[in-house]
Design a protein around this ligand. Structure first.
Ligand SMILES: CC(C)(COP(=O)(O)OP(=O)(O)OC[C@H]1O[C@@H](n2cnc3c(N)ncnc32)[C@H](O)[C@@H]1OP(=O)(O)O)[C@@H](O)C(=O)NCCC(=O)NCCS
Length: 160
């Protein structure tokens, strides 16, 4: 998947903590396990999970769940992030992944989930809206909008 991101020059998805991915799966997995425990003295690190979206025998995307919000995550990042490799886009994977992510967040006790995305990310906006996201006040960060999905209404997602 990383080779594909490199080819299409979308390397921006694997920066910061996630840059460990460029050093191979083992290092990436170790970093994800450490992230999932939270407790790093960092405003963007809270307990959570990273899940892989699998098609056959290949990874086609990832979903990032955050079980808590810091003031920084309230403005950008939210409770859920996701990405799908370019060659697998447009097949509904992100939508299904977000639906399942919302189920998981409800199961760990959250009543609502915050999802943020850039104003010009039309695909992500559509994904969020299909999963019942309701737009709230924009972030203080430039170019960032915010949505809330009520988790007791997750069953009302389009297509369910
Ligand atoms: C955003 C992203 C995750 C979407 O993944 P995906 O698997 O292609 O999403 P889906 O197939 O589930 O749904 C995409 C929807 O957006 C629509 N869409 C995609 N590109 C679009 C465009 N340029 N204009 C209008 N709608 C568009 C699709 O038609 C589809 O809606 P539909 O089911 O009503 O037809 C993917 O583009 C991606 O990984 N982008 C880079 C990382 C990123 O932006 N992550 C989100 C951060 S908030």
């Amino acid at each position: 998947m990383l080779a594909e991101y490199r080819r299409v020059e979308e390397q921006g998805l694997y920066t910061g903590f996630y840059a460990a991915a460029w050093d191979g799966y083992d290092k990436y997995r170790a970093m994800l396990e450490r992230l999932s425990r939270g407790g790093w003295p960092h405003p963007y690190v809270v307990p959570g999970e990273t899940l892989f979206i699998i098609e056959g025998d290949r990874v086609v995307g990832e979903v990032y769940l955050r079980f808590a919000l810091t003031p920084e995550l309230q403005e950008g990042g939210g409770n859920v992030g996701y990405q799908v490799r370019p060659s697998a886009r447009g097949r509904g994977y992100a939508t299904e992944a977000l639906r399942l992510a919302l189920d998981r967040l409800r199961d760990v006790g959250l009543r609502e989930a915050l999802i943020t995305c850039d104003h010009d990310n039309v695909a992500s906006i559509r994904v969020i809206e299909k999963c019942g996201g309701r737009r709230i006040a924009d972030s203080h960060l430039a170019n960032k909008r915010r949505y809330v999905a009520m988790l007791n209404e997750a069953a009302n997602c389009e297509g369910r």
